[in-house]
Design a protein around this ligand. Structure first.
Ligand code: SF4
Ligand code: SF4
Length: 288
C-alpha cells in the first residue's frame, strides 16, 4: 500500500505528519518504507534519525559532440532543432551544450545524421538510504544548482524496498517533481494549512491529483478559526477530510528541536492515531 503525503504549498506541516504516521505504523508492528521525495529540501531524517546506509549518484545522460565529425557534416543544426529545452544549439561552426538544461531524452542523438553525438553521464543528485528501527528511509537530494528534481524522485521510487506500508513525502506544489512523487499512489493525503493561501494551493493540488486520476483525502492542519470555506469546498468536490489538527505551540517547539510532535503533544498524538486508522482503512478499501 502506497500513500503519498503532499501539499499545495510548502510549510503546511507535511513532513511533521508523514514522519509521525511512519512512527505510528511501526508502533502497530508494520514495516514502513519512507520515501523522502522532497529532494530540494529533504528533512525527514531530522526527525527519524536513521543509521546511514548506501548512497547512489543520480545522473542524466547528456550529449557530447565530436567536433570533427560534426564539422565534416557541415554543422547542420538538426540536434538543436530536435531539442525542446534549448540544451543543445548549433551556433556558427560550433555546437553548444548546456548540461543543466538537458533532460536526457536522447532526441538530439537520434537527430544527428553524422552520428557525431554520444551521451555521457551528468550528475544531478544522490539517493541515500537509512534505517530507523522498522522504518527504511530512502531519501533523494538534488545537487545545488541542478534542476532535474523529477529524475531524483524517480530514482528514490525505484529504490523503494517492499514494506507493509510505503509513505512517500512529496515535494510541495504541483510541478513535475510533485507529480512524479504522487504518481502510482493508492491514496494521496493532502496536508492543507487552514488559511486562505493554504485553501488556494489545496485546490491546485486537488487538480493535480485529478489529472493523474488519483484518490485523495485531506487533513486540515493548524486549524485556528478559518476552515469553513475549505470544509464546504471539500464536501462539494468529494474530497474527504480525515482529520483536523489545531495549532499547537508544543508541536511547533518540537519541530524546531527536531523532535517528533507525537512525543511532545498528547492531543496531537490522539488526532494522528485517528488519522492513521482512517488513512490505512481508506487506502486499504481502495485497494480491494
Ligand atoms: S538529450 Fe534531449 S534534452 Fe538533452 S540536449 Fe539532447 S535533445 Fe536536448
Ligand atoms: S546534428 Fe550532428 S552534425 Fe548536425 S550540428 Fe548537431 S552534432 Fe553537428
Amino acid at each position: 500500500m502506497r500513500i503519498s503525503i503532499a501539499s499545495g504549498k510548502g510549510g503546511a506541516g507535511k513532513t511533521t505528519i508523514a514522519t509521525s504516521l511512519a512512527v505510528l505504523g511501526t508502533e502497530r508492528g508494520l514495516s514502513i518504507t519512507y520515501l523522502d521525495c522532497d529532494v530540494e529540501e529533504p528533512d525527514a531524517h531530522l526527525f527519524l534519525h536513521p543509521t546511514p546506509g548506501e548512497e547512489q549518484v543520480v545522473t542524466v545522460p547528456v550529449p557530447q559532440v565530436d567536433e570533427q565529425t560534426c564539422r565534416a557534416a557541415g554543422v547542420c543544426g538538426d540536434c538543436g532543432q530536435a531539442c525542446q529545452f534549448s540544451a543543445i544549439i548549433a551556433l556558427g561552426e560550433q555546437v553548444l551544450v548546456t548540461p543543466d538544461l538537458c533532460h536526457g531524452c536522447g532526441a538530439c542523438v537520434l537527430a544527428c545524421p553524422a552520428k557525431a553525438i554520444h551521451e555521457t553521464p551528468h550528475r544531478v543528485g544522490v539517493v541515500q538510504t537509512g534505517q530507523a528501527g522498522r522504518i527504511h528511509l530512502v531519501q533523494g537530494r538534488l545537487d545545488v544548482g541542478q534542476t532535474m528534481a523529477a529524475r531524483v524522485v524517480r530514482r528514490v521510487k525505484a529504490l523503494a524496498p517492499a514494506a507493509d506500508l510505503v509513505l512517500a513525502d512529496a515535494p510541495p506544489g504541483t510541478a513535475c517533481p510533485a507529480l512524479e512523487a504522487v504518481r502510482g499512489s493508492d491514496l494521496v493525503l493532502l496536508v492543507t494549512e487552514a488559511t486562505p493561501f493554504g485553501f488556494h494551493d489545496f485546490t491546485l493540488a486537488v487538480a493535480m491529483g485529478r489529472a493523474l486520476n488519483l484518490r485523495m483525502a485531506t487533513v486540515l492542519n493548524r486549524v485556528d478559526g478559518y476552515g469553513r470555506d475549505i470544509r464546504a469546498w471539500c464536501a462539494g468536490h468529494g474530497v474527504p477530510i480525515l482529520a483536523e489538527i489545531p495549532t499547537s505551540r508544543r508541536v511547533a517547539q518540537g519541530y524546531a528541536h527536531g523532535e517528533l510532535p507525537i512525543r511532545k503533544d498528547p492531543e496531537f498524538r490522539r488526532r494522528l492515531e485517528q488519522l492513521f486508522g482512517q488513512l490505512v482503512g481508506t487506502a486499504g478499501a481502495l485497494q480491494r
